[in-house]
Design a protein around this ligand. Sequence first.
Ligand code: VGL
Ligand code: ZN
Length: 202
Amino acid sequence: MRGAHEALIVIDVQNDFCPGGALAVADGDSIIPRINELMAEFQVKVLTQDWHPADHSSFAANHPDAEEFSVTEMPYGPQVLWPKHCVQGTAGAAFHKGLLTDPADVIIRKGFRAAIDSYSAFFENDHETPTGLDGYLRTRGARELTLVGLATDFCVAYSAIDAAKLGYGVTVLEGACRAIDLNGSLEDALQGMADAGVRLEP
Ligand code: VGL
Ligand code: ZN
């Protein structure tokens, strides 16, 4: 069993990011057995859930003439326009049925404001609006974080980099993550995590 200061953060293991989903990550469901095993090892366990209103500004369908996977400029910076995914209350937004959710202590939802996306589990894409996860982890006494889930190059990487900036010790288990890999985003994310002091382990 890991110590009380260690937390497992499971990022966005939801139907829409698994094969057959609206924004499927190749092989996304293959990481679930290992994540379930990890959940038994940690005393502090957090799940995150991408949780968008139907009119969310990160959906290409909500921008006239925009192509899916194109990039637009938002007040807070560049934003990829995604296929409609993880709409609140839909089957696509639900956790994959293979994921053991009962052991989780808390579920953090993110991306619920229409005007702003939130890749990171800590801050929305303006890098300043908090989700509340930092306060939760601090008050639980967690200082060392292990991150797993989907997708390596977006929500996992943004969360890991923010966590490192906040002063947590951060490990990403690459083998328990899968990537979207859009225009070299995986390589950029791995470099960004390494530069931020995130430990990358298999
Ligand atoms: C994610 C793109 C859009 C993720 C969420 O979980 O990595 N990626 N929304
Ligand atoms: Zn999303």
